[in-house]
Design a protein. Sequence first.
Lengths: 825, 231
Amino acid sequence: MLLERLGKELLFFDGGTGTLLQERGLKPGELPEVWNLERAGEMVEIHRLYYEAGSDIVLSNTFGANALKFRDSTYSLKDIVTAAVTNVKEAAKLGVCDGRETYAGLDIGPTGKLLAPMGDLSFEAAYAAFKEAAVYGEEAGADLIHIETMSDTYEVKAAVLAAKENTRLPVFATMIFDERGKLLTGGDVPSVVAMLEGLRVDALGINCGMGPEQMLPILEEILKVASVPVIVKPNAGLPKQRDGEVYYDVRPEEFAEVMVRITEKGACLVGGCCGTTPEHIREMVRKVKETKNFPACIPPERKGQTIVSSYGKAVFLGKRPAIIGERINPTGKKKFKQALKNHDLDYILKEGISQQDNGAHILDVNVGLPDIDEKAMMVEVVKELQSVSSLPLQIDTVDASALEAAMRIYNGKPMVNSVNGKQEEMDKVFPLIKKYGGVVVGLTLDEEGIPDTAEGRVRIAGKIIDEAAKYGIDKKDIVIDVLAMTISSDPDGAKTTLAALRQVRERYGVCTVLGVSNISFGLPCRPVINANFYTMAMQNGLSAGIINPLSEDMMSAYYSYCALMGYDENCEEYIRRYSGRTAPGAAQRGAARSDAACGVPGAGDGAAGGRAAEGGTGLTLRTAIVKGLKEEAHHAAREMTKEKEPLAIINEEMIPALDEVGKGFEKGTVFLPQLLMSADAAKIAFAVLKSELAETGADEQKKEKVILATVKGDIHDIGKNIVKVLLENYSFDVIDLGKDVAPETVLETALKEDVRLVGLSALMTTTVGSMEDTIKLLRKEKPDCKVMVGGAVLNQEYADMIGADFYGKDAMQSVYYAKEVFGEV
Amino acid sequence: MMMDDSGYMKSERIKRETLRYLGYGKHEADAETLRMLRESLLELERTAKERMVYRVFDLCLEEDVGKGMGAGYIRIGNMRIESRSLFKNLKGCEKVILLGATLGIEVDILMKRYSCTDMARAVILQACAAAYLEEYLDGRQKEIAAEEAREGYYLRPRFSPGYGDFSILHQREILAMADTARRIGLSMTEGSMLTPTKSVTALIGLGREETGCHAEGCEACEKTDCAYRRD
């Protein structure tokens, strides 16, 4: 059995097939998979040569056999995959003469497409394509599924899930790294290994991209973090080009020599990729067999690092404390709740970006609100956050279905908040961790509540760790939260928590997290207590505090702690952050800016405008907007509210300013960047006026709704975003449906919200068709709705042809048209 | 990173092209735009992971006399293209380079981020990224030209699908033939748009005769009333 030998014996893969097929006449652009049927004899011969050379595992010629890549109407995918696996099995009968056990591997390569949100292939569609191949492969008798040459963590996740959920076969996965140890999509070795091990692959590693020599350092990196057997399948050297043709020139002897070193380092499965031939494999097998350990491999060591990851980044917990940003959470935040209700994703994304800019390492994501669809919202927010930030996320929900949906589409190995010592909770959460991988926060409470004593909490931590072990979840994937209870009701609260922290670290050696600010609940000036408690907690073994990274008190506690404890080499980070600040002033400024509890309630909620706290500039609001100066606009708006009603400010100052800039843009004296700078400045001033309006209880003007969307198939949304900013400036309520939007979605929203104006954007001729479809659908189902269109490919003639009401040659034209539609001019 | 000895000249060229893309034409840009442009360029130098891959193929041009002057088919491997403008561009060539280049997914993420927080910066960054990519391609093209010169070939101006009457629908074949997905992570959507978005595919003809039109590009376009035109 393959799984029994894995990690104990050295196993040999085959080598490349592309070169061999080309030698036999495969043309550029021809689909190699067709050969499984049309030239089966030659395929069997190629596989046989590898078995004869000593390969234990030979892969089927199915690298591109998925519905997304294999577009050939002559043959069905099922026939191709079945024939391919049969060819390998046939070759084994002919080529294995020493009675050794060999395996036919179903080879799965990438789809050749980029997954959404950066590309247009949905995770689910990628999954479906891989599933199809995997199922056919198992039916045809494959012994394992080998997913290879992947350069995107998201795609490999879809492939692994498809293979594991739909077959019983062992699953291997290997990726292409470059010489810096990075994937083409930016991921590094620890992030890839953490995710794949979380998904419980049976072996993982590296293939293609480089020669054996260049793979050695990457292998070392992999071995530092991997607990499962490691596969190495290099090319016959770095690709070289002669007259534009790619070739590889590492000879079999040379290849074999390095492969020996690779097995001695700790690779358990070795083979070749592009440019390698049966001779390379024969030579490799011969040389490796001469080593003293053979047939044993160096068994993989279990590693104990706690790692959470995103597609581009791994965060190690345990040594230097990490910061988990807590701000993506509606609890106690009026604006955030409103953003969730209004489906204002930009607001939520900004919360993520500002926390990252302020030093967060992981972002907690909680979007639970009674009257929204939490599952759908969680999935959307996770996807969107991952398209603007590479920070790993902590999925924070009590809804098991939302948790599973988010873990499934998360790109990486997430942190999960949370499980606790209640049996029912553990029964619910641990199967998900086992299946998708993740680092789960274990709260030390159970059916009896939260123990008053440190000992009680430590005991529950033990129970959680033991129960996880039953699922095969290692304690490295559990982080314990011993819970901070406010000292205003329990004077021993802090001491108990600190003692429990220490004991959990000492007794179980697991990592810890804590929602630090709970400690001060009910007390005045909470940041002062919080920051001091934060330092104490870190000193007592806190691996990751869940804190507000925008709080200067918390961040100064963090950076000071790291500098003091030698976690900040040469105090570099501390110096970068604090050089140039004078101590007392810095503290005061920071406190005034960010710490709501000691200053103005809710002050920390402000986004970009927060920094413009002090110092008059003497500029009028109108000038500040015309010149596009954000901080000045913020200040001027504040000053002006002391003398004037917000509505008067809007009508007498802001609108004329925006009109002035808009006219300049039309005349060609103001250019797009300036137009947008003014728009941004106006937006900030609006925010000031808005909070003023809210405080005085005055009604805002009723806003007209406009839908904006980049049409289906189109992923370029910068034009649409420009129009959005300008329309919002002119007080339109923009419903932004994003990019790649189906006609049905536009219609559905238009009907539901009773919208009278839709703006559509398309970049290329290939997507104008979707624009036309959308217009037709709207005409039929919502005839009172006007449609304006814009985008690089469009002109008046084109717009007329597809039946649009208006063609906007630039963003300002859309504003004018919107005003016209709603009778404002 | 593509800074070298002539780094200053390069960044000046990129800045000039960026302003052109932003529609400044012959107008001076304001100080704030220039500041953001400088910052965007620095940020791109840190973020972009520019990569390129190309392959050389034999070229077969078949004139279709029935359809008049300059009409015909272009055959490259299994790909068959019908385009007058490309035909004109490749006339007299024996071979053709198929190339794909990209700045990588990181630039897309950066642009999306700024679309959320600072639209003016997003717009400048995206124009700057386009100029940065062109500059990178020009640099690489010079290297290829030097290489091909040793074989006695001269390069024609690069020509991308979607321009003139060279259909964007050939994108799929070009990507497959240059093996861009595997080698540089460049792929496309169902609508033939390149992903990552800051990417280019192009054909470059290789001929035995020097045609002396390397600077051709924007200037060769028939749309002479374009606001973004260089000359």
